[in-house]
Design a protein around this ligand. Structure first.
Ligand SMILES: Cc1cc2nc3c(=O)[nH]c(=O)nc-3n(C[C@H](O)[C@H](O)[C@H](O)COP(=O)(O)OP(=O)(O)OC[C@H]3O[C@@H](n4cnc5c(N)ncnc54)[C@H](O)[C@@H]3O)c2cc1C
Length: 760
């Protein structure tokens, strides 16, 4: 993570990646405000665009066509993406409380989290119905429903509850798709029975009569049974009950009724309306707290009540961005008034749509094509980014409004950067950041962070020998908490690969110069992640050094313990001909993060890579030892081939590497095929001279990946052949889902090159 030339002066935190926030991110990406940092906390990396959701359900669009990749968008905007659920606010301290990470501080906050189904007042609904909202989770629920219908023998009855545009559109889209699915499976599509229930006397109550008639006709033609004035008050596994005593039998129930605000908002003290939505003024500021804004479904504009629709959320993006910018600059905010009438293009599932605006209504296949054109154009804005001129914004003076003390700190941060001198971070910043952390206590730590001194003193227990290792690297992601975890995990990798137990660690940190409060939080977030991992390893953080530098970077010197007689040590040099090669984690981090930097990686690839990087090698190492590993190493910067050569040479053996058997992170083959490779790759490729049949392998899709440098990679071990299968099964059971047998150890041959690639 390269620090901007301006130190961070203000933090704008966005909760939720809804339709308004994606607009805010794009605008800040196009026109950054020097000194202002955006952070997005979102439950998902891929956020759905509601307008295309019915088309996705109907099967007209792929997942990626209807989802905005927040990871790429945030990267374009220079924003940090924290993938997590916000669960509350500490407004006094100006912090967002999250499910899985330390609180995130804000100077200004905006909430765009959509709505939550209100099912608690209908008995059985939460248990038996599939809610459409929140729409971000609907895809998973829809996939499960699809699978159930595919497996369900005989007639399937599906009830959609909710007669608004969402319910009608969804019922028709589902019917279209499911009929085709059954047909493709050689089954009779007429086995499907659809019911649409609404508590209102008519469907589409907010639309004009001609639009209503058009849909009543379509529903009738398509055999969807319409139940108006049907107020569902109870649901069971196979039946819906209405207040008038009627019932409808159903195998699947989909809930698309009016939703409310997320329950956690009630504890925030923000003024909410009767449905739990946040009340906002014309400036989109909450009525309670001018530092907190809200937009989209979750916001209720007290002076301009409107229907809950994605179109309003989209339209609120620009005024929200403008007012957030004005707020940090201390300028007057601009009032915003949403339009009264809006164009709704409601589809019938079969590439046909009805347009509705005020009293107007028209329809046709061309309306669907028009809608498709509008929607695709909208989505392109969030998938194709303009080339920004590097450095244009960051050199401009900041327009952020600062207090006197802050202005002095900002000046000195800039001066420090110009001078290029490294310096220690202030003692108060350090002690405050570290004071909130709790490294594990160990009896063998005689002087550590609990009683800080010039250096730590740690006892080596009798019968033990000490293992030392050090690693240090700069942040390659914008999330300091996750970076802290990965850095600690990476450093511990060497200890585990040796078969050692981690004992103590000292940290070396650089943080960019900036306001004390911002530096303190950065340190706190990063070290929280690191200490979680070290504590998990029962490794005591006993000291460290923190300085200012251009980039955020973190490393650890870690000490571990092995039995003095060295019997438990796993060295690189013990490979024996006949052994089987096992790799515990997938490869591909180098190419994926190179692609991430270029906005070429999909968010879910990066998510999966980070999960893999955060997985500890501790249990894997224990397992490999138990199954008699003859040699072991952890995969890091030299890549798979480099580390394998480091094992074969001292072992006096050759080995065969099966390219098709390599476990590879999702997306890595694509990014490598696109020629996007880590800056370390060329140095690693020099080792191709160790390959006996390099020419044959050049066109193999995984060839480039054997040189790919790894961060916090898995363990590569040689295992006696008779125990390899059981070892692999044990690794899978321990959670190393992609652990694989990737080759075998051969006796040393005549050839100079020790490695043969198996291509089949
Ligand atoms: C089937 C269907 C079709 C629809 N079609 C249309 C249409 O064609 N046109 C239209 O205008 N409207 C349509 N709507 C309405 C539309 O879905 C909503 O009005 C719209 O999604 C609201 O957008 P939003 O930005 O407020 O929130 P959302 O789009 O719901 O986004 C909320 C975001 O917040 C995140 N989030 C939620 N909770 C948290 C948390 N605690 N912490 C962190 N992140 C969180 C989610 O992951 C998500 O990224 C449709 C609705 C349905 C059900």
């Amino acid at each position: 993570m390269l620090a901007p030339d301006q130190p961070v002066l203000r933090d704008i935190v966005l909760i939720g990646g809804g339709h308004s926030h994606v607009g805010v991110l794009r605008r800040f990406g196009m026109h950054p405000v020097p000194g202002v940092r955006l952070s997005v906390i979102c439950s998902d990396t891929h956020t759905p665009y509601s307008g295309m959701l019915p088309g996705y359900i109907a099967g007209h669009y792929s997942y990626d066509e209807v989802h905005i990749d927040l990871s790429r968008l945030a990267r374009f905007a220079g924003a940090r993406l924290f993938r997590d659920d916000a669960l509350g606010l500490d407004r006094g301290a100006g912090k967002v409380l999250c499910r899985n990470r330390p609180p995130v501080p804000y100077d200004y906050l905006s909430i765009n989290i959509g709505s939550t189904p209100q099912m608690s007042n209908v008995a059985g609904a939460a248990e038996y119905a599939v809610p459409v909202k929140p729409i971000n989770g609907f895809n998973q629920r829809w996939q499960l429903l699809l699978e159930r219908v595919r497996r369900h023998a005989g007639a399937t009855r599906i009830a959609v509850v909710g007669g608004g545009a969402g319910g009608v559109e969804l019922a028709l889209a589902m019917q279209y798709r499911l009929r085709r699915e059954l047909h493709a499976a050689g089954r009779n599509p007429d086995e499907l029975r659809f019911h649409l229930l609404t508590s209102d006397p008519v469907i589409l109550p907010t639309h004009n009569a001609s639009v209503r008639r058009a849909f009543e006709r379509v529903l009738a033609e398509r055999g969807v049974a319409l139940h108006c004035s049907a107020d569902v008050n109870a649901v069971s596994a196979t039946r819906l009950q209405t207040t008038s005593g009627d019932s409808v039998d159903a195998d699947e129930i989909v809930w698309v009724t009016r939703a409310g605000g997320a329950p956690w908002l009630r504890a925030t003290g923000l003024a909410l309306d009767a449905d739990g939505f946040i009340q906002v003024s014309d400036t989109l500021q909450t009525l309670t707290d001018p530092r907190v804004f809200a937009a989209g479904d979750i916001a209720s504009m007290v002076n301009h009540p409107r229907e809950k629709a994605g179109v309003f959320a989209v339209r609120q993006g620009p005024p929200l961005a403008e007012n957030l910018r004005r707020a940090v600059e201390g300028r007057a905010l601009k009032p915003y008034c949403p339009q009264r009438r809006w164009l709704a293009l409601i589809s019938t599932g079969d590439r046909y749509a009805v347009a509705s605006r005020g009293a107007l209504g028209f329809q046709g296949a061309w309306v669907w094509r028009w809608k498709d054109w509008i929607d695709r154009r909208f989505m392109r804005k969030f998938g194709e980014f303009p080339q920004m001129e590097a450095g244009t914004a960051s050199t401009a003076p900041s327009s952020v409004q600062l207090g006197e003390e802050e202005a002095a700190q900002a000046l000195s941060a800039v001066a420090m950067r110009c001078g290029g001198c490294g310096a220690k971070v202030g003692a108060t910043v350090l002690s405050r950041a570290l004071g909130a952390l709790h490294p594990v206590d160990r009896d063998d730590v005689l002087i550590g962070l609990h009683a800080p001194d010039d250096a730590a003193v740690v006892r080596v227990p009798p019968g033990k020998a000490m293992v030392h290792t050090v690693d240090f690297f700069r942040a390659f992601i914008d999330d300091p908490y996750i970076f802290g975890k990965v850095a600690a995990n990476h450093a511990l990798g060497d200890i585990y690969a040796m078969g050692a137990e981690a004992q103590s660690a000292t940290a070396i940190v650089t943080v960019p110069a900036g306001l004390e409060a911002k530096q303190e939080d950065l340190l706190f977030q990063m070290m929280s992640g690191a200490i979680e991992v070290l504590n998990d390893a029962n490794c005591a953080l006993v000291g460290g050094h923190t300085g200012e530098g251009r980039e955020l970077a973190l490393g650890f010197a870690v000490n571990g313990l092995v039995d003095e007689d060295m019997t438990s040590v796993m060295r690189k040099s013990g490979m024996r001909p006949g052994d089987v090669l096992i790799l515990t984690k997938p490869i591909g981090t180098g190419t994926l993060f190179a692609a991430h930097a270029l906005l070429k990686a999909r968010g879910r690839w990066i998510d999966a890579a980070l999960v893999s990087m955060c997985q500890s090698n501790r249990l894997g190492a224990q397992c490999l030892r138990e199954y008699g590993a003859t040699a072991c190493t952890d995969l890091t910067g030299f890549g798979l081939l480099g580390h394998l050569v480091e094992m074969t040479r001292p072992s006096g053996v050759d080995s065969e590497l099966n390219l098709s058997a390599l476990p590879v992170l999702e997306g890595a083959e694509e990014t490598a095929a696109a020629g996007i490779l880590s800056s370390l790759q060329p140095a690693n490729v020099r080792l191709r001279r160790a390959l006996r049949n390099q020419q044959d392998a050049l066109s193999h899709p995984r060839y480039a990946l054997i040189f790919d440098p790894q961060t916090a990679g898995g363990l590569l071990a040689s295992i006696p052949p008779e125990r390899a299968k059981a070892c692999l099964a044990a690794l899978h059971a321990l959670g190393y889902a992609q652990a694989s047998i990737i080759g075998r150890v051969l006796p040393q041959g005549e050839a100079l090159e020790p490695i043969v690639l198996k291509l089949g």
